[in-house]
Design a protein around this ligand. Structure first.
Ligand SMILES: Cc1cc2nc3c(=O)[nH]c(=O)nc-3n(C[C@H](O)[C@H](O)[C@H](O)COP(=O)(O)O)c2cc1C
Length: 206
């Protein structure tokens, strides 16, 4: 074999070896990328599968403060429940107005609509204690939305009466939902309730 032919054969062999190395390396990288994409999709599906809603009604802001602590700790969607008719701003007027609503077993019309309630597994439901009961807009919400199969975690702020059995009232309205142990925060302590809120969330498994 003359020298020129031998050099040519060696050159071809070197090119073939380098070519194979490049080919196999790129194939491994693209497989890894594909696997990563699948993992990300799975994670997204898991997140969508356990969506949480924090829904609260609040007039003077105490319940809103607690709702925000829950949101800070666990994320999810947070919505303030509002009515079409606004409530009186004067405290004494509000107290009388709310009492009358309760005596009439009213269902004040909601301004808030909740898109795709079916997408939520757990609903943290917050409200002030009004005359030892749920504010009537919460009853409207429970009437309008079917929460069967969902977990409802009630939280209340109050002036001394605690939950006043409002967790049981929720369970009566939504017999096919699971109502967890409720959280009761004294209204004046709402600002300082962050660690109590976090303890409760931990007890619930969040
Ligand atoms: C109409 C009305 C009725 C209330 N009734 C009670 C009650 O029966 N028991 C109680 O402990 N607190 C009662 N409170 C006090 C509130 O539950 C308390 O101030 C609460 O933290 C207010 O929450 P908010 O700031 O989110 O509106 C009442 C307050 C209002 C305005």
């Amino acid at each position: 074999m003359n020298k020129k032919v031998l050099t040519l054969i060696i050159a071809i062999l070197i090119i073939a070896v380098i070519g194979s190395i490049i080919f196999f390396t790129t194939r491994t990288t693209s497989n890894e990328n594909a696997n990563n994409a699948v993992e990300e999709n799975t994670r997204e599906e898991t997140n969508t599968g356990s969506k949480t809603l924090i829904l609260y009604f609040s007039m003077s802001g105490n319940t809103q403060t607690v709702a925000n602590y829950i949101h800070d700790a666990i994320g999810g969607d947070i919505i303030r429940l509002e009515t079409v008719e606004t409530y009186p701003e004067d405290y004494n007027e509000l107290v009388d107005y709310a009492q009358q609503e309760q005596q009439e077993n009213a269902r004040p019309e909601l301004k808030t609509t909740i898109e795709n309630i079916d997408g939520y597994d757990t609903i943290f439901l917050g409200y002030p204690n009004w005359w030892g009961d749920l504010p009537m807009p919460i009853y409207t919400f429970l009437d309008e939305y079917d929460l069967s199969g969902k977990t409802i975690a009630p939280f209340i702020t109050h002036g001394g009466s605690g939950l006043s059995g409002t967790d049981e009232n929720i369970q009566a309205e939504e017999p096919d939902a699971t109502v967890t142990e409720g959280l009761a925060i004294y209204g004046d302590d709402a600002q300082n309730s962050q660690s109590e809120v976090e303890d409760w969330l931990e007890e619930l498994g969040f």
